[in-house]
Design a protein. Structure first.
Lengths: 142, 339
């Protein structure tokens, strides 16, 4: 890759400055050259986020229809599977799975709720609800 | 300011090789990121379909996590102190103590928890390395090698990132250089890193590692659409391109960084032939980029003529063949020059 070929396609880096690439200068020597991003990378990054958004949207629907507790929504929003969430809250996977059932979730103690809330970065009160309408934008914000 | 260390922060393409080079430079060993990457035997390839990340197979273009740092230090004769912690508060207190002594401290962290990361990069990825260089009240000053300038991070957030859970959990891991030799043997270290990396790429007996792994991936990739269905195949492809380009590789799955290393090695070892090999490596990197461009078009649903899985596999095979020839020629050159 020559320096003039270093891509400058804005996207995933946004306004967070630039990254650096290795590129060959006129004298044939490598230098570090700033890049604002690359279209190919933006595409596959968007693809990865689309999967997360879809998963969260599905969980949002299931929580709203009363099939799962809000934990399922926040879990998907934080890109966690049950195993990872169980690691974070220091509980066995079967317990986390159980807490995803609405009837069990309603009876959870404040102490247990707090553990989930801390990991998801919300208050225990917020944890009991989910946003009325699902918005894909909220996923990347925490 | 509670503590601040004048640290030679310089932006790098990759976190681990960047941290290694910056820490060495702090201790007056002149070492670029590419040089650290080469000495640390960073170059690798492995396609491991039996290890899944988010249900997608793992592809790696570099050696095991932490190996660049440890190999560079071993080969240069640097003594490193590395610690993990059970207690989160102890891990933070120990960090503060080292900073007060004027020692910059490397930390392994989970990128998901670092608020200064652009949102699009925040995935559960527990192998992000950074150097803490000071504390200002509730905030730490951090030389994060993939960022342009020194960044700030709240104590709580850093603590959480240091104790990220899941695969390869850092467990508060921190490290710093304890003793540094005055005149490290750069030539010897370069020679070692170069030989080892080429040998690993050519001679690893497992079919999914090294240059054979590239062909193995090509054969598998050809079958993806039939085996997985169109939709899943595109997710596999997208993940592969992300591993190659997004995870701080400096472009072309580290191949450009390695080409830069070969140029430095040419001078250190006094072997001008390595310049030509560097040029050939650049061409391989360009071919990997071509693969990413064509693959990304498919992921976006904008495939042009020639963007097919068969064509993509063909590009990969070409990369594999060129790399095989390069590593062979490097080994031959080194052998001849040592006689």
């Amino acid at each position: 890759m020559k320096i003039e070929e270093v891509p400058q396609d804005k996207g995933m880096i946004g306004d967070h400055g630039h990254e650096v690439c290795y590129a060959v200068g006129d004298n044939g020597r490598y230098t570090l050259s700033p890049s604002l991003g690359w279209e190919a990378k933006n595409v596959v990054n968007d693809q990865a986020w689309a999967v997360i958004v879809e998963e969260t949207r599905q969980m949002h629907r299931l929580v709203q229809s009363g099939k799962l507790s809000p934990i399922a929504y926040y879990q998907a929003k934080n890109q966690m599977d049950i195993a990872l969430l169980a690691c974070y809250v220091d509980m066995a996977k079967w317990r986390v799975k159980r807490h995803r059932r609405p009837e069990i979730f309603r009876r959870l103690s404040e102490r247990i709720l707090q553990r989930y809330a801390t990991i998801f970065g919300v208050s225990p009160a917020e944890l009991k609800t989910i946003p009325e309408i699902f918005s894909p934008e909220c996923i990347r914000r925490r | 300011m509670d503590s601040y260390i004048a640290f030679p922060h310089s932006q790098s393409a990759h976190c681990e090789s960047g941290v290694t080079a910056n820490l060495l430079r702090f201790h007056n060993i002149e070492c670029s990121e590419a040089l650290a990457f080469g000495i640390g035997e960073g170059l690798f390839f492995g396609y491991l379909p039996f290890i899944k990340i988010n249900n997608l197979p793992l592809t790696t273009f570099r050696g095991a996590v932490g190996s660049i740092f440890s190999k560079v230090n071993k080969r240069l004769g640097v003594t490193v102190r590395r610690r993990k912690f059970r207690s989160e508060s102890e891990a933070m207190d120990e960090l503060d103590a080292k900073l007060l002594q004027g020692i910059p401290v490397g930390c392994q962290t989970g990128a998901f928890w670092l608020p200064y990361f652009p949102p699009a990069f925040r995935f559960h990825f527990n192998m992000h390395n950074l150097v803490v260089i000071g504390r200002d009240g509730d905030e730490y000053l951090i030389s994060d090698p993939v960022f342009e300038k020194v960044v700030r991070c709240k104590r709580d957030d850093l603590q959480r990132a240091r104790f990220a859970r899941g695969a390869l959990a850092p467990k508060g891991a921190m490290y710093y250089l304890e003793a540094v030799p005055e005149n490290p043997d750069m030539g010897g270290a370069v020679l070692q890193g170069l030989t080892k990396a080429c040998r690993t790429m050519l001679r690893t007996p497992l079919p999914f590692l090294g240059v054979r792994g590239i062909k193995f991936l090509a054969d598998r990739l050809e079958k993806w659409p039939k085996k997985l269905g169109e939709e899943q195949a595109l997710l596999y492809l997208g993940q592969l391109i992300r591993m190659q380009e997004e995870i701080g590789t400096g472009g072309g799955g580290f191949r450009f960084m390695y080409a830069a290393f070969l140029q430095e090695a040419a001078e250190i070892l006094g072997l001008p032939q390595l310049f030509q090999l560097s040029e050939r490596m650049t061409l391989v990197g360009d071919t990997w980029r071509l693969f990413a461009v064509s693959g990304a078009r498919m992921c976006k649903g904008r495939a042009k003529d020639g963007d097919t899985y068969n064509e993509l596999a063909g590009i990969l095979r070409q990369c594999g063949q060129s790399e095989r020839a390069i590593y062979g020629d490097i080994l031959e050159l080194l052998q001849r020059s040592q006689r």
